[in-house]
Design a protein around this ligand. Structure first.
Ligand SMILES: [Zn+2]
Length: 175
């Protein structure tokens, strides 16, 4: 009886263990400070500004502190584009030297569906700020799921507009 119990425990542990291991993945660089400043030019739309702020604030409560910088002091330049010839609704371009980022540009794409609806756009913005802090894509019910719409997608399937515990763990592990 005891043997069966131990064997069952071993089986249960083996079954549970893979799901407890973190799923988040990281980019090859991060910022050297946990205070990361974002900035945008005054001419971008109010909608872009609103959702850039929501994207940054989406990581409140983690060990990362995104704050609005100014023209002379920022890490992430945020802007909007209108490009229907690409498949992305948000994009973050990073440059780095060694293990630290040196600059980033975050784009929200006005030509894509997500732009027109508050919750999908928030989902995109929070996702992009995840890249800004150094997280890469993960699958499933996490904000770092790369797909806004479609099967097993961040918004279409899981309706995510906020970070999940795995996203938080990833941010906290990096900073
Ligand atoms: Zn992404």
């Amino acid at each position: 009886m005891k043997k069966i119990l131990i064997l069952s425990l071993a089986v249960i542990l083996i079954l549970i263990f893979p799901f407890k291991v973190h799923a988040y993945t990281t980019l090859s660089a991060k910022w050297s400070s946990h205070t990361i400043r974002y900035y945008y030019d005054s001419y971008i739309s109010t909608r872009a500004k609103t959702f850039i702020k929501k994207g940054a604030d989406g990581w409140n409560g983690t060990d990362v502190n995104f704050e609005l910088g100014n023209a002379g002091n920022y890490n992430i330049y945020c802007t909007e584009v209108s490009n229907s010839n690409v498949d992305w609704d948000g994009l973050t371009h990073s440059t780095w030297y060694g293990k630290y980022f040196t600059s980033q540009t975050l784009y929200l794409n006005k030509a894509k569906t997500a732009w027109n609806y508050d919750n999908p756009l928030q989902s995109v913005a929070v996702h992009e700020f995840g890249h800004c802090l150094g997280l890469n894509h993960s699958s499933g019910k996490v904000i770092m799921n790369p797909y806004t719409y479609g099967d097993n997608s961040r918004y279409g399937t899981y309706k995510l507009t906020t970070i999940q515990s795995d996203d938080r763990n990833g941010a906290n592990a990096l900073y």
